[in-house]
Design a protein around this ligand. Structure first.
Ligand code: KIV
Length: 281
């Protein structure tokens, strides 16, 4: 199983690594078997799974529901649960309780928190009680209204210096890795060089130690145009549209179900494929 020590080793050995989001049993099983070392149950699920326009409405209970499914699917990957908005901001006690639920009920191996400032002390306390913390700086979606939208951060020298300062403080507080989202490549490269812990980029250029993408973005399982930082490795939305249209057409024309899909009444039991999926039996 991948551990936080392996993730540190990846950086020490100069090995770039992939992280992906996962939100359910089956995708977690598939990604795990594909060898993805870190799966993040991201609060982006609020947008891609639940249809919210930001991540802010996502609750801890909703996150735990998905975390439990992912932990049933994955066997090898390091599992990180994303602490949703208002599950950690109000107090260190809230943060410890929320993170504890991710570990105890959700089957996660660590948690991710957005921001610097007060999150640095929270990171220290979580780490002290044995909960591995992944930091997250730059474009932090839980700050969407403060940022005035989903905007690249760290474009000015002052902003870049602040992100670097927070990054170092999070490392000092015990974070085992750091997500850098939506920052200029040069800024991400400097932070990656300055930190001992691995950085994981999304829209942060090629210099970070790891890369992360949202499952649905990477697979083209979205409607509309992908953001600039996304590389699509499949076009599943198009494929689903094609398959659903073909199925509906087969039903309309009587092509489906064909003889090969029927059961008989003549006493012989149709051959059973041991891998056949049988619902409700
Ligand atoms: O919620 C999420 O999926 C994330 C990643 C994009 C890093 O925070």
């Amino acid at each position: 199983m991948t551990t936080v020590l392996d993730v540190q080793r990846f950086k020490d050995e100069g090995r770039h690594f992939a992280m992906l989001t996962a939100y359910d049993f089956l995708s977690a099983r598939i990604l795990d078997e594909a060898g993805i070392p870190i799966l993040l149950v991201g609060d982006s699920l609020g947008m891609v799974m639940l249809g919210y326009s930001t991540t802010l409405p996502v609750t801890l209970d909703e996150m735990l529901h998905h975390a439990k499914a992912v932990s049933r699917g994955a066997r090898q990957a390091l599992l990180v649960g994303d602490m949703p908005f208002m599950s950690y901001q109000a107090s260190v006690e809230d943060a410890i309780r929320s993170a504890g639920r991710f570990m105890q009920e959700g089957g996660m191996h660590g948690v991710k928190l957005e921001g610097g400032g007060p999150v640095i002390e929270i990171t220290r306390r979580l780490t002290e009680v044995g909960i591995p913390v992944m930091g997250h700086l730059g474009l932090t979606p839980q700050f969407v209204h403060q940022m005035g939208g989903f905007k690249v951060q760290g474009k000015t020298e002052g902003q870049a210096a602040r992100i670097l300062k927070d990054a170092k403080a999070l490392e000092q507080a015990g974070a085992f890795s750091l997500v850098l989202e939506g920052v200029p490549s040069k800024v991400a490269a400097t932070i990656t060089r300055e930190l001992h812990i691995p950085t994981i980029g999304i829209g942060a250029g090629p210099a970070t130690d790891g890369q992360v993408l949202v499952f649905h973005d990477m697979l083209g399982l979205t409607t509309g145009k992908a953001p600039k930082f996304v590389k699509r490795y499949a076009s599943l939305a198009d494929e689903i549209t094609r398959a659903a249209t073909a199925y509906a057409e087969d039903v309309r024309s009587g092509e489906f179900p064909g003889p090969e899909h029927e059961y008989t009444t003549n006493g012989s039991t149709p051959a059973r494929d041991p891998n056949e999926v049988r619902y409700g039996s």
